[in-house]
Design a protein around this ligand. Structure first.
Ligand SMILES: NC(=O)c1ccc[n+]([C@@H]2O[C@H](COP(=O)([O-])OP(=O)(O)OC[C@H]3O[C@@H](n4cnc5c(N)ncnc54)[C@H](OP(=O)(O)O)[C@@H]3O)[C@@H](O)[C@H]2O)c1
Length: 266
C-alpha cells in the first residue's frame, strides 16, 4: 500500500464519502477534505476501521482562494503521493440570480470551478513526474441539459467542467494521466437540503433517485479504467442519450413530468 494516496474533496458526506470508501476498498490511503472537521473525523474513523487503510483529514473551505495551495502544501509536508485526485465538493444556491450577491456567485464558481482547476494544476505536475495519475471531476447530468431553474450558474459551470475534463484528457492522456467526468443524475445525499432545494428533489419520481453508493461505484470503476465520461445508471444514460437527440421543446414536455419545477418556463 505504501505511500499511495487518493485526495477526495467534499469527502465528509454523500457521493464524496462513498467514493472515498470505494477507493479504500481498493487499498488506496486517503486524504479527505471538506469544511467541517468533526464530520471529516467521523468519516475517517469509519473508513480506517472498516477498510484498514491510512486516512488523514484536512478541513479547508474551497471558497477561500488559498485553500488548494494549503491542501497541496499539506500533502508535501506529509509526503503523501497523490495518485488520484477526486474533485467532488459542491453545492447549489437556491436564491434567484437577481437576488444573489456577486460575492456569493464568485464563491460558488470558486468551489465548483476555480478550485477544481487549481487542484488539478497543482497535482498534475507531480502526476506527470510519476508518469501516471487519475483525476475525477464530479459534474452532473445538468451539464448536458438545457438551463434549469435550480440556479442560473449551476448547469453552465458543470458544462464548463465537462469541457475542462475533455481538454485535460486531450493534453495529458498520452502522458499517462486520465481525467474522468462523473455526471450523476438525481442522487440521494445532503445536497438538496444543504442547498435549499429539497422540495424539488421531493417531487422527482422515485425511479429517478439513485443511491450515492451506486453512483460512486460506477464512477470509481470508470476512473480506474481511464474512461473520459461516466453517467451512472441506465436511467440517466438513456436520458443523456435522448438529451443529445431530442429537440428542447420535447425535453420541456418530458421534464415537466420527470423533474417537476426544474425546467418550467417562468
Ligand atoms: N446529489 C445530487 O443529486 C447530485 C447530482 C449531480 C451532481 N452532484 C454533484 O455531486 C457533488 C457532491 O455532492 P453531494 O450530492 O454528495 O452533496 P453533499 O452530500 O451535500 O456533499 C457535499 C460535500 O461537499 C463539501 N463542501 C460543500 N461546500 C464546500 C466548500 N465550500 N469547501 C469545501 N467543501 C465543501 C461538504 O462538506 P462541508 O459542508 O463540511 O464543507 C460535503 O462533504 C457536487 O459537486 C454536486 O454538484 C450531485
Amino acid at each position: 500500500m505504501g505511500n499511495r494516496y487518493a485526495l477526495v474533496t467534499g469527502a465528509s458526506s454523500g457521493i464524496g464519502f462513498e467514493i472515498a470508501k470505494c477507493l479504500a476498498s481498493r487499498n488506496y490511503n486517503l486524504l479527505l477534505t471538506a469544511r467541517k472537521e468533526e464530520n471529516l473525523r467521523k468519516a475517517a474513523l469509519f473508513i480506517e476501521k472498516d477498510y484498514g487503510v491510512k486516512v488523514d483529514i484536512i478541513a479547508s473551505d474551497l471558497q477561500d482562494k488559498s485553500s488548494p495551495n494549503s491542501i497541496y502544501d499539506f500533502c508535501k509536508l506529509k509526503k503523501y503521493n497523490i495518485e488520484i485526485l477526486i474533485n467532488n465538493a459542491g453545492y447549489a444556491i437556491p436564491t434567484s440570480f437577481d437576488q444573489t450577491s456577486m460575492e456569493e456567485e464568485e464563491k460558488f464558481i470558486r468551489v465548483l470551478g476555480i478550485a477544481v482547476i487549481a487542484l488539478s494544476k497543482l497535482f498534475i505536475k507531480d502526476m506527470l513526474a510519476q508518469g501516471k495519475g487519475r483525476i475525477m471531476i464530479v459534474s452532473s447530468v445538468a451539464a448536458f441539459a438545457p438551463p434549469s431553474t435550480i440556479q442560473v450558474l449551476y448547469g453552465p459551470i458543470k458544462t464548463f467542467m465537462n469541457r475542462f475534463s475533455e481538454s485535460l484528457n486531450l493534453n495529458y492522456n498520452h502522458k499517462g494521466i486520465t481525467t474522468t467526468s462523473l455526471c450523476p443524475g438525481y442522487t440521494i445525499t445532503n445536497f438538496h437540503s444543504a442547498s435549499g432545494v429539497q422540495q424539488e428533489m421531493d417531487r422527482v419520481p422515485f425511479f429517478m433517485k439513485k443511491e450515492a453508493k451506486r453512483v460512486a461505484e460506477e464512477g470509481v470503476e470508470a476512473l480506474l479504467k481511464g474512461k473520459p465520461v461516466c453517467v451512472p445508471s441506465k436511467t440517466f444514460k438513456i436520458i443523456v442519450f435522448l438529451l443529445k437527440l431530442i429537440p428542447t421543446s420535447l425535453f420541456f414536455i418530458m421534464s415537466s413530468r420527470l423533474a417537476p419545477g426544474r425546467y418550467d418556463k417562468k
